[in-house]
Design a protein around this ligand. Structure first.
Ligand code: NAD
Ligand code: MN
Length: 498
């Protein structure tokens, strides 16, 4: 890939065209109501394009298209090797449009285009490729019933999978759901976050170009309380994979109970602790990674390491290291490769983060950042912010802020820090920094979270399951385990004369 300059990205952005209509049954269409809304670039406040504002009627059309395709078998009963070839082609097409996909997410929700083009967009291609490759390598079971009985236990696709996704990694969150659900043979109806629908719409178009049949992959942009709710309550959706806030995850559980008992797979919020023990030898690497863990993607990461516990003997030294890294991570134009942090997704989120910061100034010790700023006089930007001496029960240490705000807390013993780390409604991820192997294993065992990263932060790959415990939800994305969500076990029992 080329090394793009700021000017390159700006001129590419100007030449970009946008798909704003819904993608239903293989075609771009307006919302039935004719309504649309503006998709805003948070770095400038400018309108990027208008987007179809789908509602229950559009969701009905998309689900019906998904069901028709599923029943016809054009995808669900396609030979595994053929389905694999289509999704491999999609991975190739994403790679061929890497810069475009990266720009769509960067313009739509403010992330650094450099990150989008090196992390998000290649990640999406890789995930599609990985699940494609798995399609013709997974075998079903024959039960040990004995002579005269042949009991086949097969994994079968569910039918129509609904997916409702957030705005922090728009393309990748759409991919985490769609790649696994499509690989398993389902039809998909995706409702992307209203703040960032553009990459998902382009993805659907690329999927069609790759050979995904009409109706198999539909995208219905719109708002949560209308389009998202309609998908959650739909009587003909078999499974709903959700990533977003804990509050909305709980609503989806209710939607299921109020409708057809569809499976709900919530992947929700987090407040991930980062534990730094004094016996960690390389404190500079720990600080570098800790800064990445909270400032990457403007801190808009469900598994962001937003509360940091540092052993008291090294705490003051470590706070200084973090302050230095915060001051080196100032926000700038997301299209400028020199920028270290991008824009917050929208005005509402920016104001919400600033409320936490303003309250925090009264209860804790602000040591870095703390201000909303503009870039070229515009946009939603917040300085990387650090609070020290945060009380364990302070909202700064307890609530998911979903912004570039780090809370630092001193600890004196292993038992104390494990207890504080676990005292949270969330349980998505945690990090542990120590050079004592027994401590690393012991503490990892005791942390009630889906992923513990030892001597790193946010360890993640398609080979390992990603998801949480407690109110971080119980869905698992990535790895072959994600296929469990999108398949049912089916027994076919054959009697024969032995
Ligand atoms: P959100 O819950 O507000 O929205 C997520 C999605 O749900 C959007 O598509 C939205 O339109 C839809 N939605 C909103 N209200 C709805 C309703 N009443 N009915 C149906 N659908 C509705 O979350 P967000 O602000 O977009 O994203 C941030 C949240 O996502 C954070 O809490 C973050 O931790 C979480 N997240 C979790 C993971 C994970 O894997 N655990 C990954 C990324 C983000
Ligand atoms: Mn936007």
């Amino acid at each position: 890939m080329q090394n793009y300059t700021y000017q390159d990205w700006k001129s590419r952005a100007e030449q970009l065209s946008f798909r704003g209509q819904a993608f239903i049954d293989g075609k771009f269409v307006n919302a039935v109501s004719g309504k649309s809304y503006d998709s805003i670039n948070p770095a400038t406040g400018e309108v990027i394009t208008t987007v179809a504002e789908c509602d229950a009627e559009d969701v009905d059309l998309a689900v019906a298209a998904g069901r028709r395709a599923f029943e016809k078998g054009v995808w669900s009963r396609m030979a595994p090797g053929d389905r694999k070839a289509v999704l491999l082609k999609l991975a190739d097409l994403i790679r061929a449009h890497l810069e475009e996909m990266a720009l769509l997410d960067s313009l739509d929700m403010g992330k650094l285009v450099t990150d989008a083009v090196t992390v998000d967009a290649p990640g999406s291609a890789h995930f599609f490729q990985w699940y494609a490759e798995a399609i013709d390598k997974i075998y079903d079971e024959v039960a040990p019933t004995g002579p005269g009985d042949l009991a086949l236990v097969k994994r079968v696709p569910l039918g129509v999978v609904g997916a409702v996704t957030p705005w922090n990694f728009p393309l990748d969150m759409a991919t985490w759901k769609a790649a696994a659900a499509l690989a398993a043979g389902n039809s998909v109806v995706l409702k992307p976050a209203e703040q960032s629908p553009l990459s998902a719409l382009r993805l659907a178009e690329l999927a069609a170009e790759a050979g995904v049949p009409d109706g198999v992959f539909n995208v219905v942009p719109g708002f949560g309380g209308t389009a998202g709710k309609a998908l959650g309550l739909h009587m003909d959706v078999d499974c709903l994979a959700f990533t977003g806030s804990t509050a909305i995850g709980k609503m989806f559980m209710q939607y299921s109970g109020q409708s057809n008992l569809k499976q709900i797979w919530p992947e929700t919020g987090g407040k991930s602790p980062n534990l730094i023990f004094a016996d960690c030898e390389d404190l500079d690497t720990a600080a570098d990674m800790a800064a990445f863990g909270i400032f990457f993607n403007q801190g808009e990461v469900c598994s962001a390491n937003s509360r940091m516990y540092v052993e008291r003997s090294i705490k003051d030294e470590f706070v200084e290291k973090m302050i230095a890294r915060a001051s080196a991570t100032q926000p700038g134009d997301p299209l400028d490769p020199a920028s270290k942090m991008g824009a917050i997704v929208d005005e509402k989120q920016t104001r919400g983060i600033m409320r936490f910061i303003e309250e925090g100034k009264k209860t804790a010790n602000l040591v870095a950042g703390g201000e909303r700023v503009t870039v070229d006089g515009k946009g939603c930007f917040i300085q990387p912010t650090i609070f020290d001496d945060v009380a364990h029960n302070d909202p700064l240490a307890r609530d998911e802020i979903f912004g570039p705000v780090l809370s630092m807390i001193a600890f004196d013993s292993e038992d104390e820090v494990v207890a504080m780390a676990n005292d949270s409604i969330y349980g998505l991820a945690a990090s542990v920094w120590t050079d004592n192997l027994s401590r690393a294993c012991r503490v990892s065992d005791r942390l009630n979270v889906g992923t513990v990263s030892v001597n790193t932060v946010d360890a993640l790959s398609v080979q390992t399951p990603f998801g949480g415990m407690k109110q971080s939800g119980f869905g698992r994305d990535l790895s072959l385990h994600a296929l469990d969500k999108y398949t049912a076990l089916k027994t076919t029992w054959i009697k024969y004369k032995a």
